[in-house]
Design a protein around this ligand. Structure first.
Ligand SMILES: C[S@@+](CC[C@H](N)C(=O)[O-])C[C@H]1O[C@@H](n2cnc3c(N)ncnc32)[C@H](O)[C@@H]1O
Length: 271
C-alpha cells in the first residue's frame, strides 16, 4: 500500500515552531524531532517532569486497547492522530493478534507522512494505508479510508491523545459524533484525552506553552470527556486514568506507579 498523496505544499515541515507530533516523539525518546521541539519539551518537563512516563503510558494504553479489540474480533482500525511511528505501532499489535487486520492511519502533520513508510508494512493477509488529512475534515477521511476499510462492518476508531488539540469552537464533539455516525453497529471508539481536573495550575501552564507553539491545548473535564461517548456503551472498567485500563493485557511502563494523573482513557462500543 502507498500513502495517500497530499495536496501541493502540505509536505513542508516547519522547523521554526514546535509541533505536537515531534514533541511527543521527543518525550518518547525518538529521533524524529527538531531543536525547537526539544526546547519546548524541556519547558514542559520543568512543569511536569513525569511527561515522558505519561506519554509511554498513553502509548501502552493504545496497545492494550488494540490487543483487546482484536480479541473481540475487530479486524478494522481507523487511527486518527497517529503520530510519528513508535514500535510497536497499532498495526503491529493488531496484526500480531489477527494477521488479516486492516488499518488506516491518519495525521495532519507532514512529519508523520514523511515517516509513514514504517507504518505501511502490512502482513500479506492484512492491509495498511495512510491518509494525510486533518480530523476536522472527517468526511474526506472516511471517504479515503473506505478504499481500505468496509464501513458496513465494525471499525475501531481511535483518537488517542488527539482531541485535546481540537477546540470546542472547532466542533470537537460534532467531529467525534460525525465520525461515529459513519461506523456500523459493533464498532468501537477509543479516546485518550488530557485533563485539568487533577492539576489545574500545571495544565494551565502547559496549555500556555503549547499556545506559544503551533498548536493550542484544550484539556477537558471528565464531564466533557464523557460527552464524546454519548450514545455508546463504555467497556469495563469505564473511564479511567493512568494504567488502570486492563493492565493484565501487557505493555507495562516502568514508573507508572508514581505517575501523576493527567488524562482520561476509555473504550466504548456502538450498540
Ligand atoms: C500527542 S500525538 C499522539 C500520537 C498517537 N496517537 C499516540 O497517542 O501515541 C498527537 C497527534 O495528533 C496529530 N494531530 C494534531 N492535530 C490534528 C488534526 N487537527 N488532525 C489530524 N491530526 C492531528 C499530531 O500531528 C500528532 O501526531
Amino acid at each position: 500500500m502507498t500513502a495517500a498523496q497530499p495536496e501541493d505544499g502540505e509536505l513542508a515541515i516547519d522547523t521554526t515552531r514546535p509541533h505536537p507530533a515531534r514533541m511527543y516523539d521527543w518525550f518518547l525518546g525518538g529521533k524524529d524531532n527538531y531543536p525547537v521541539d526539544e526546547e519546548m519539551g524541556r519547558k514542559v518537563l520543568a512543569i511536569e517532569p513525569g511527561t515522558p512516563v505519561l506519554a509511554r503510558m498513553n502509548r501502552a494504553f493504545m496497545q492494550r486497547a488494540t490487543r483487546w479489540l482484536a480479541s473481540q474480533g475487530v479486524r478494522q482500525f481507523l487511527d486518527i492522530g497517529t503520530g510519528i511511528p513508535t514500535s510497536p505501532n497499532l498495526h503491529q499489535v493488531a496484526q500480531e493478534a489477527a494477521p488479516d487486520a486492516r488499518i488506516v492511519y491518519c495525521d495532519n502533520d507532514p512529519i508523520v507522512l514523511a515517516h509513514a513508510e514504517a507504518l505501511l508494512r502490512s502482513t500479506p493477509e492484512g492491509a495498511v494505508d495512510y491518509v494525510q488529512a486533518d480530523v476536522r475534515d472527517s468526511a474526506a477521511i472516511v471517504e479515503r479510508a473506505a478504499k481500505t476499510l468496509d464501513f458496513a462492518k465494525p471499525v475501531a476508531l481511535s483518537l488517542v491523545a488527539l482531541l485535546h488539540f481540537i477546540s470546542d469552537e472547532d466542533g470537537a464533539q460534532d467531529i467525534v459524533s460525525g465520525l461515529v455516525s459513519r461506523l456500523a453497529p459493533g464498532s468501537y471508539l477509543v479516546i485518550t484525552h488530557a485533563t485539568h481536573d487533577f492539576r489545574p495550575k500545571d495544565a494551565e501552564q502547559v496549555g500556555a506553552l503549547y499556545k506559544s507553539g503551533s498548536a493550542s491545548l484544550h484539556t477537558r473535564s471528565r464531564a466533557d470527556y464523557e460527552k464524546f461517548f454519548t450514545g455508546l456503551e463504555l467497556v469495563e472498567p469505564g473511564i479511567v486514568t493512568g494504567d488502570e485500563w486492563h493492565p493484565e493485557l501487557g505493555f507495562p511502563v516502568p514508573g507508572a506507579e508514581h505517575a501523576v494523573k493527567a488524562g482520561y482513557l476509555a473504550v466504548a462500543r456502538k450498540p
